[in-house]
Design a protein around this ligand. Structure first.
Ligand code: COA
Length: 260
């Protein structure tokens, strides 16, 4: 499929989705959000894709936020609708995707850009990255899950400070906060993401799917994560991957997971 605002590359079981609006610092307009939904859905349904990496084009930005020009004249209903639609189509969708998603944060990740990185399963940053939620400097609050996911990832006090000051932190501070897992150079960013993806690739994709569901369960209101874990653990026992993984261990060989 051809996209206006995205580039897609698939190699060795890894799908790299690049947001490609460099002149607008990859800001998320409505069309890009819709295209991202389709691209993530497509990659998730492609049985050869085991890991997805999301990044931004150019050397300056991952994503500099939601496209401010699109919502500057919105009223209350339109504002709420923008947040609800975006959360459903992209941010919650990515968080709950069965295929692991790594954010390769290659520069500014601001507002919706940081919210998108936070919706990914984990994040790796280049040393030029700067991240923040500047929404209150525009007179709004984060609307794509930022008020929920930032405190989950870095703690309430730090999230309060970042959101209230609308400030940016650099890659090392983000690492220190646990907001990103690794920091590397810009040149090494995608190779490092691919190296980590190759480690994920070797493991059982069905088990990983169950693990994502169980981990995310802890963050869903009214859902008991321990119960979901027990259920997902039990489900593993009917999979071909479980038979292969345990047999391979007992036979002292490497597992070749069929992925079902
Ligand atoms: N929405 C729409 N357009 C955006 C954008 C956004 N969130 N972020 C950047 N752009 C556009 C700029 O308007 C500019 O377009 P133009 O060349 O047609 O004027 C282009 O991207 C380049 O940005 P510019 O501001 O000139 O780059 P800079 O290096 O001087 O500054 C930033 C970089 C990231 C600090 C600055 O662009 C910025 O503050 N962006 C908005 C961040 C934000 O508040 N995001 C949260 C939105 S809720």
């Amino acid at each position: 499929m051809n996209y206006k605002n995205l580039l897609i590359a698939v190699k060795n079981g890894v799908c790299i989705i690049t947001i490609n609006r460099p002149k607008k610092l990859n800001a998320l307009n409505k069309e890009t959000i819709e295209e991202l939904h389709k691209a993530f859905d497509g990659a998730n349904n492609d049985e050869d894709t085991k890991v997805i990496i999301l990044t931004g084009s150019g050397e300056k930005a991952f994503v500099a936020g939601a496209d401010i020009s699109e919502f500057a004249n919105f009223d209350v209903e339109e504002g709420a609708e923008l947040a609800a639609k975006g959360q459903e189509l992209l941010f919650n969708f990515v968080e709950n995707l069965e295929t692991p998603v790594i954010a390769a944060v290659n520069g500014f990740a601001l507002g919706g850009g940081l919210e998108l990185a936070m919706a990914c399963h984990f994040r790796i940053a280049s040393d030029n990255a700067k991240v923040g939620l500047p929404e209150v400097s525009l007179g709004v609050i984060p609307g794509y899950g930022g008020t929920q996911r930032l405190p989950q990832l870095i703690g309430k006090g730090r999230a309060m400070e970042m959101i209230m000051t609308a400030g940016m932190i650099d890659a090392n501070q983000a690492l220190n906060y646990g907001l990103v897992n690794h920091v590397t150079t810009q040149e090494e960013l995608l190779p490092l993401c691919e190296k980590i993806a190759s480690k994920i690739y070797r493991n059982s994709s069905v088990a990983i799917k169950g693990a994502i569901k169980a981990i995310n369960a802890n963050y869903n209101d009214g859902v008991n994560g321990f119960k979901v874990e027990i259920e997902e653990f039990g489900n593993c026992f009917r999979t071909a991957d479980f038979k292969e993984g345990t047999s391979a261990f007992l036979e002292k060989r490497k597992a070749e997971f069929p992925g079902n």
